[in-house]
Write a protein that binds this ligand. Structure first.
Ligand code: TXA
Ligand code: MG
Length: 361
């Protein structure tokens, strides 16, 4: 479907969506990362519905999505004015980061403005803000003339949706949930989150497609990793940082190069139908000789950006195909793979039929 911000169809859709948000309803909306489950960030009751619909504990804070006015010259956007209603203590680093990466897949944590509802922040004195790049999300936010809270539009602990159809299948029971279809998500994994609220150095809370290296190259800002001179218990709570997350119902494991059979040893009741992802840069699996196991190969991109775009799609599709086990090659080292590695490790930990017991977000 078209995401051209000038198309009349788009305007019609967002008018109805804006009314739904004004009336305190929820609207699932596309962003370049994943689909969000949106509510007006100034409406406490509507925010309550987001938590209830997702099944998310109320102390897990939400991101406020903002948009710049629709101006022709992107370089002249005054991001400080855009975040001012929500955040305070906006540092020079923050301005550099917003100018370099917004609109885009980067979320920044600020000290919150007093007016920000505590329902959004889980009672913390900080707020997460992001300006999404998807034109439909921008149109929706601009017309509402508010911010939109938007956790990923999935049930708590499950795989994030990267298409309108994914959202529909996540919330099949929620009759009447309005879903804006903005096509498939370009990035495919959630935004990078950087905490600027300590007033000290920026800290990476969630890796994503924008890496600390990219940030340094574009702004000269050094992003610290959690634990690097910062005690873990001083960090704000990030539910996405819990061990289990983004999890399929089918057991999922990573395998090291050439060690497919090792990964199976964890499953003594030999699995009979196993989906094995292989890099597109490699030829077929060398080890297909296990007598009682039927392996089927699924080719995955060896480019990190392309892999991220396809990651949740692949997990959802494989989950629906009824495999006994899914094996995915361990991503190579390097920051460009950190976002993908992070999601895969959590997905492994939370995977399997009992995943709802220890899921998050
Ligand atoms: O790409 C994204 O960020 C997507 C799209 C829809 O924008 N949204 C998303 O939202 O991933 P959600 O709610 O699934 O994840 C937001 C993460 C959570 O891990 C939450 O704990 C963290 O952001 N977060 C929100 N506010 C925070 C705060 N004040 N301090 C620390 N972490 C915060
Ligand atoms: Mg999420």
């Amino acid at each position: 479907m078209s995401t051209d911000s000038t198309s009349p169809q788009l305007h019609a859709v967002t008018d109805e969506a804006v009314q739904t948000l004004r009336d305190g309803g929820l609207v699932a909306f596309p962003t370049e990362t994943v689909y969000g489950l949106g509510a007006d960030a100034r409406n406490a009751q509507a925010i309550g519905k987001v938590f209830a619909t997702k099944g998310r504990p109320s102390n897990h804070p939400l991101i406020v999505h903002v948009a710049a006015p629709d101006i022709f010259d992107q370089a002249s956007i005054d991001w400080v004015a855009v975040v001012a209603p929500w955040a305070r203590d906006i540092s020079e680093d923050a301005i550099k980061l917003m100018n370099a990466f917004w609109p885009g897949p980067l979320t920044l944590i600020f000290k919150k403005d007093r007016s920000v509802l505590s329902e959004i922040t889980g009672g913390q004195d900080t707020v997460a803000i992001r300006a999404p790049a998807h034109p439909m999300a921008q149109e929706l936010i601009r017309k509402l003339k508010s911010g939109i809270v938007g956790p990923s539009a999935n049930r708590f602990g499950k795989v994030s949706p990267t298409s309108a159809a994914d959202v529909r299948s996540e919330f099949a029971g929620e009759l009447g949930l309005m879903i804006l279809d903005g096509g498939d998500c370009r990035v495919g994994i959630e935004s990078t989150i950087i905490d600027l609220s300590s007033g000290d150095h920026p800290v990476l809370l969630r890796p994503g497609i924008i890496t600390p290296k990219d940030i340094y190259a574009k702004t000269g800002i050094t992003v610290h990793l959690p634990g690097q001179e910062v005690k873990a218990n001083e960090l704000p709570r990030v539910s996405g940082s819990l061990k289990a997350h983004y999890a399929p119902t089918t057991p999922l494991r990573l395998y090291s190069p050439g060690r497919v059979l090792d990964a199976l040893s964890e499953f003594p009741d030999t699995k009979t139908r196993v989906a094995v992802a292989v890099w597109d840069s490699e030829s077929a699996l060398s080890e297909d000789g296990h007598p009682s196991v039927h392996f089927e190969e699924v080719v995955v991109p060896s480019d990190s950006t392309a892999f991220a775009t396809r990651l949740y799609r692949t997990l959802r599709d494989l989950d629906e195909q009824g495999w006994d086990l899914i094996l995915i090659p361990e991503p190579p080292s390097g920051q460009e793979w950190d976002g993908v590695r992070d999601r895969l490790q959590r997905a492994c930990f939370g995977s399997g039929p009992s995943s709802s017991n220890h899921a998050s977000n």
